[in-house]
Ligand binder design. Structure first.
Ligand code: G16
Length: 557
């Protein structure tokens, strides 16, 4: 049985590739203007079928989203059978197939793939797809499904989850690839199945605890709102939530003046929170597909500000609790539970960060005796690194992350026989966390519930959480350049190898600032170069950021 030439050709005629446009599978899959992507989604559908056939019919996922990017952008992520990101070797195949200009180029590329990987086309295949609220989502979904059907013919099982969050698709893929009792224990592969699984775990973990106040959640005017409307009544007895950023009917509102990226990059409150958030109340922002979250609050009184020489009296000052703060909170709490269970010698915890992690967070974790690894940006890199630990905590500063419990750790906890009531309580907590925390990928919803559980158990408000360490002042800048690919990096993106000579200049600049640290890397999701700068003082961070921005502009002109 060969590839279905007629159907592929027909599908290619319906969704032709724009000549001269080059697509690449970047940090989080394909991502660009939604209007140019139909041909890519068609090919992603075909590739998903081949990947499934190659893996004996195991379910593969496709999520149509551009996450934190503006509404006119869109993208596609392929999801592997355990709910993890696509195997890196297939990223290259995806790029090749997406760039085949004509139907005959595409047929050639697909045939080559089938031959070289010895894919048995008679095998059945299974694909689950979902999309966020973007206006281009429907057309791209049509293209995707046409690609799936063209390649899968009568042997494909296709499940369309509709408009859902990205983590829901990851979860559903993992669930669908489990069988019988295992699936029953893990949860049903639907949005409702997912939300009721984490709501049950959350309510269990919150038994006898009370949140200090309601949590205000900015849904970024995206799909997170639809999911939270379903979740809200399920958790209302443990945690009252107030939703803002709920306008999913106006496409232009998505991620605009709201959302995790707006808050983290600008270190500011979303305008919709201004009249709602009270000092000392917890708030968080999701992004457009609800796979990342950052927390924040307004101060109630004095806070520690080394840049101003110690304690300063302020009320209503914005304070960010980003992915680094979530990682330190989670690693500390889980580490304590492991010790309380008497498993400190058996279960080792490690933390994975990227170069964007604030220097203070890394120092704090190391001082606490935790191993910390730095890997390149992208959930796929963090996830794999975290899998090496018994319990791997990974978070990007921008709020992407989760906590992974290795299969051996899950077994140890399942079979654990406590010697004391305290050990029993700690082990139960850990087992509850495994159900609450998305083990396939970071999820804004599961992550904010995790934070709420920890704060409720510690009886902490946001200020107590924040007091762990003081972030070094920092700046995150986007610089438009003619060709971002001219900027190449090594050492987990902390050093530039190209343009030649630029890293030496950057080092020289950085040395001028106390605790100065800066790096430059091309974005994998936007057409820009990102600059990160931190220093011991606020003016220092601003000055260093600006100087590095000037350097980027000079080298790109
Ligand atoms: C994606 C990735 C993240 C990454 C972010 C920014 O997030 O999943 O791992 O941190 O892009 O990447 P870059 O700096 O390369 O543009 P999202 O929320 O857009 O899917």
């Amino acid at each position: 049985m060969g590839i279905p030439i007629d159907k592929i050709t027909e599908a290619c005629d319906r969704f032709p590739k724009q000549q001269g446009v080059t697509f690449s599978y970047g940090t989080a899959g394909f991502r660009t203007k939604g209007a140019t992507l139909a041909s890519t989604l068609l090919r992603v559908g075909m590739l998903a079928v081949l990947r499934s056939k190659k893996l004996d019919g195991r379910t593969i996922g496709v999520m149509i989203t551009a996450s934190h990017n503006p509404a006119e952008d869109n993208g596609a992520k392929l999801i592997d059978p355990r709910g993890e990101m696509l195997d890196p070797t297939w990223e290259a195949y995806a790029t090749t197939v997406a760039n085949a200009e004509t139907a005959s180029d595409l047929l050639k590329a697909l045939t080559q793939l089938v031959d070289s990987l010895k894919i048995d086309l008679t095998k059945s295949s299974s694909v689950i797809c979902g999309r966020d609220t973007r206006p281009s989502g429907n057309e791209l979904n049509d293209a995707l499904q046409m690609g799936i059907k063209a390649m899968g013919q009568e042997t494909v099982e296709l499940v369309d989850l509709g408009v859902v969050t990205t983590p829901c698709v990851h979860y559903a893929v993992k669930s669908r690839n489990l069988k019988g009792e295992e699936r029953k224990a893990y949860g049903e592969p639907t949005l409702e199945g997912y939300l009721s699984k984490i709501a049950d775990a959350f309510n269990q973990l919150m038994t006898g605890r009370q949140s200090t106040s309601s949590l205000v959640i900015d849904c970024a005017n995206g799909v997170g709102f639809s999911a939270l409307e379903i979740l809200k009544p399920m958790i209302s007895s443990s945690l009252p939530i107030e939703l803002v950023g709920t306008n999913i009917d106006d496409p232009a509102a998505l991620n605009s003046n709201c959302g995790a990226d707006y808050v983290k990059t600008g270190q500011r409150l979303p305008p919709a929170m201004t009249d709602i958030l009270k000092p000392g109340q917890r708030a968080c922002s999701l992004d457009g597909d609800a796979d990342r979250v950052v927390f924040y609050y307004l101060t109630t009184g004095s806070h520690n500000a080394p840049e101003a020489g110690g304690q300063v009296q302020t009320e209503g000052k914005f304070r960010l609790l980003d992915g680094d703060k979530i990682a330190t909170l989670a690693a500390g709490y889980i580490g304590d539970l492991v010790k309380q269970a008497g498993l400190g010698d058996k279960l080792k915890i490690g933390v994975v960060q990227t170069a964007y992690a604030n220097g203070s967070s890394t120092a704090y974790l190391r001082n606490a005796g935790l191993p910390v690894r730095c890997v390149p940006t992208g959930v796929k890199h963090l996830h794999h690194a975290a899998e090496r630990y018994d319990i791997g905590v990974y978070f990007e500063a921008n709020g992407h992350g989760t906590v992974l419990f290795s299969p051996e750790t899950i077994d140890i906890l399942a079979q654990f026989e406590p010697s004391t009531p305290a050990q029993d309580t700690a082990a139960k907590q850990l087992r509850g966390l495994i159900s609450l925390i998305n083990q396939a990928v970071g999820d804004a919803i599961s992550d904010f519930l995790l934070v709420e559980v920890i704060l409720a158990h510690k009886r902490w408000g946001p200020e107590e959480w924040d007091a762990g360490y003081e972030d070094l002042p920092n700046r995150l800048l986007k610089v438009s350049v003619a060709d971002r690919n001219a900027f190449k990096t090594e050492d987990a993106e902390r050093k530039l190898t190209s343009p030649e000579g630029m890293q030496a200049e950057l080092d020289e600049l950085t040395r001028k600032f106390e605790k100065g640290r800066s790096f430059v890397r091309p974005s994998g999701t936007e057409d820009c170069v990102r600059v990160y700068a931190e220093a011991s003082t606020e003016p220092g961070a601003i000055q260093l950021g600006k100087a590095v921005q000037d350097l980027v502009e000079r080298y790109s002109s």
